[in-house]
Design a binder for this molecule. Structure first.
Ligand code: FE
Ligand code: FE
Ligand code: ZN
Length: 302
């Protein structure tokens, strides 16, 4: 069965209940959320009664919580240890995040491995390995999915060999998986029109069974641009047919596919922009490109 969903919000007021309802409203059967704001590390107390209520709704809708994904905040940086305090904070935060995630029963956390900033690539990779060795315990249920990055600035893991080196260096690497992001892969220089070839190579290097999540995004920029700017499905340089091929690839059929495409603006400003996911999910299920998608979204919400 196709596992398809999107990034959804998580508010401190209704927590996972709100996230589940948002996902169901999009016609999704999986989703991804941040346990707070993606750009900061402030986190609220998880309320057990809300978690229970959310799990009930998931059951009623035949959604397996194992297919739901949490994204760690993207400001924690395990690659840079120039400021010892921030490096230690990042490690501590990730430990706590794993506990929070376990309390939900979620089993996958997507992590941006980090940027080496003023250090160098090898040092950055070593810092990530050392940090993960401090974070991961052999009995944890949660898998950490290292996200493939666009190679913007000094990001690590825009090349699959970086991921391989991290996996080789981490003691409990059975707790590591990979999150493929199609926009990032294309921006990093991998040709998404040759996705089966990419999977063959990935399988030899890391193992296809290590793919825990796919972020399905089009890209605003051509292959190799290293920009990391997501585009709506079929509206960017990767294109609809290529993304459909990836989404329906038989070798990834049990892997959740998560949309992180941009909100569509009604008035050109940020105040009135709306989630495209209900419409993109419908279009993907139909396997037919909708050239009026953006107008349909604007008309629906207006
Ligand atoms: Fe990400
Ligand atoms: Fe992503
Ligand atoms: Zn991105």
């Amino acid at each position: 069965m196709l596992l398809l969903g999107s990034h959804v919000s998580f508010r401190s007021s209704d927590q996972l209940v709100g996230s589940v309802k948002e996902a169901l409203g999009y016609g999704a059967n999986t989703f991804m959320f941040y346990t707070g704001a993606p750009q900061n590390t402030k986190r609220c107390e998880i309320k057990d009664d809300l978690t229970k209520e959310a799990i009930e709704i998931l059951k009623e809708n035949n959604i397996d919580i194992k297919n739901i994904v949490v994204h760690a905040p993207y400001i924690i940086n395990l690659a840079n240890n120039e400021k010892e305090e921030s490096y230690k904070f990042a490690i501590e935060f990730l430990k706590q995040e794993i506990k929070r995630v376990e309390a939900f029963g979620v089993e996958k956390v997507v992590l941006h491995p980090g940027s080496y900033v003023k250090l160098d690539l090898d040092t950055g990779i070593n810092n990530i390995i050392n940090a993960l060795n401090e974070v991961i315990t052999p009995d944890q249920k949660v898998m950490i999915c290292l996200e493939t990055m666009a190679g913007k600035g000094t990001e690590v893991c825009f090349d699959m060999s970086h991921i391989k080196r991290i996996m080789d260096g981490v003691k409990y690497s059975d707790k590591l998986m990979v999150c493929l992001d199609t926009c990032h892969l294309s921006d990093a220089g991998y040709d998404m029109t040759l996705f089966d070839k990419f999977l063959d190579d990935f399988d030899k290097l890391i193992g296809i069974d290590k793919i825990g999540c796919v972020h399905v995004n089009d890209s605003k920029n051509p292959i190799g641009a290293h920009k990391d700017r997501h585009e709506n499905i079929g509206y960017g340089y990767i294109g609809f047919d290529t993304l459909i091929n990836i989404i329906y690839n038989d070798r990834l059929k049990d892997v959740p596919k998560i949309l992180e495409t941009p909100y569509v603006s009604i008035d050109g400003g940020k105040d009135r922009s709306y989630a495209p996911y209900k419409f993109e999910i419908e279009m993907i299920k139909n396997k037919k490109f909708n050239e009026n998608l953006l107008d349909d979204i604007r008309n629906y919400y207006q």
